[in-house]
Design a protein around this ligand. Structure first.
Ligand SMILES: [Zn+2]
Length: 236
């Protein structure tokens, strides 16, 4: 009995040591992840500070953009994500110019409306236009995609944003593409991209795009992608 008692005491002692060790490892890992997140946040903020960024919520007013399968309006989703993105960028120390903060057009004629949006980019460090996609012929099409104009800086920016966006949607296999026929991108003289957040013609993706949580995730992806691009450019 005595031998058996000693055996159990040793057994429980070892179990205790293992439990305490595991707890220590978990706490250490948690602490390291927290430190890494804090560090990443600080690096991004450092990269943003002093930058001027134009965030263009596509469409608005008489132009609702594409209409989703359940009747949602692209212009509203663009505005919501743009507002979140502006909040994040401002928190990081950037000056943000929003092309619109309400459901309004910038001019009665579309060409003038786009010209006014592009004009805001003068002197800015970066221009990002937020949009939603639709493809009626195939409602299974989905995923965010970034388009860039015909210059290397915009291409690199689009690549950084696309990588960031893929992280929040494992099923998205899209790549950043050159958009050769965009009046807006052609008329902006600073690094500029057009981001299609997803497909409103896909019922499932439309519902995700309408959720505040996913809108915030999209904005955060764009924010971290912009930060990474500034760092890569070496002008952060
Ligand atoms: Zn659009």
């Amino acid at each position: 009995m005595v031998v058996k008692g000693v055996f159990f005491a040793a057994y429980w002692r070892i179990k205790q040591i293992i439990a305490v060790s595991l707890l220590f490892v978990v706490l250490l890992a948690g602490g390291l992840v927290y430190l890494d997140m804090t560090r990443t946040q600080n690096v991004i903020s450092w990269a943003m500070a002093g930058k001027t960024i134009v965030v263009d919520a596509g469409h608005g007013g008489y132009d609702p953009g594409v209409i989703g399968v359940s009747g949602s309006r692209e212009a509203d989703i663009n505005l919501a994500v743009s507002a979140y993105l502006a909040e994040l960028l401002r928190g990081g120390g950037a000056t943000v110019l929003l092309t619109r903060t309400a459901d309004k057009e910038l001019a009665p004629i579309k060409r003038d409306d786009l010209t006014r949006r592009a004009a805001l980019a003068e002197g800015a460090d970066l221009f990002i236009s937020i949009h939603g996609n639709a493809y009626a012929a195939d409602c299974s099409q989905h995923g965010a995609q970034v388009f860039f104009g015909n210059d290397e800086q915009s291409k690199a920016l689009a690549g950084a944003l696309q990588v960031s966006l893929l992280r929040i949607d494992e099923t998205n296999k899209r790549v950043a593409l050159c958009h050769r026929d965009s009046f807006l991108l052609d008329n902006v003289d600073v690094p500029a991209v057009l981001c299609e957040l997803g497909f409103l013609s896909n019922a499932e993706e439309e519902q995700r795009l309408l959720s505040r949580e996913y809108q915030w995730q999209l904005a955060y992806s764009l924010y971290s992608g912009i930060g990474r691009w500034f760092i890569e450019q070496g002008n952060g």
